[in-house]
Ligand binder design. Sequence first.
Ligand code: SIN
Ligand code: FE2
Length: 212
Amino acid sequence: MRGRLDAAAQRALLAEAEAALALAPLRRPMAPWGKPLSVRMSNAGALGWVTDRSGYRYQPAQPGAGGSQNGGPWPPIPPSLLALWADLFRAEAVAPPDCCLINHYPPGAKLGLHRDDTEAETTHPVVSVSLGDAATFRIGGLKRSDPTRSITLESGDVYLLAGARRLLYHGVDRIKRRAPNLLDAHPLFDDGAGGGRLSFTLRVAGATALRA
Ligand code: SIN
Ligand code: FE2
């Protein structure tokens, strides 16, 4: 959905993100194979997606020792994102998201080809919102070796992984710096990590576990 968020909606989301990230700062998590990701991550919602040397998982608490996050609960999902989800699935019986992964891609960061399959049930849709620099997003098939194609995601674009496309391999090849954007000179990035791109990925992570 190209340009789903107009400039005002993008600014409103950025303000909500700032409030969330003040409570759960962005950090570079460790991949299970022992190298930090180039993407900086945080979460909002009842569950957060985390990775470290023991692997990938969802957990209700922020990582504690060793990172800038503090072991407390994740902040609430930004209201404008819950409203977007409700808007998209108005006519369908879709559970609300319980996780919003917040990724920050400084210039040069990438995210390798993967499937979103850590969720308790992988039948629920995934919705992702982009802010800031454009990204070259790669999307493939159900197998890692399937052919892939790339699409450009601009600030305000929204995409869905749903239905037959829910488990497609995808990743972010690179961030395209083209013009100044709303993240530049934002206090969130006064650590020198650059404007770059923020993505907000909404998922129903723990429907089974939470119901049990
Ligand atoms: C993800 O695949 O987890 C996030 C992709 C994105 O940044 O759009
Ligand atoms: Fe993903």
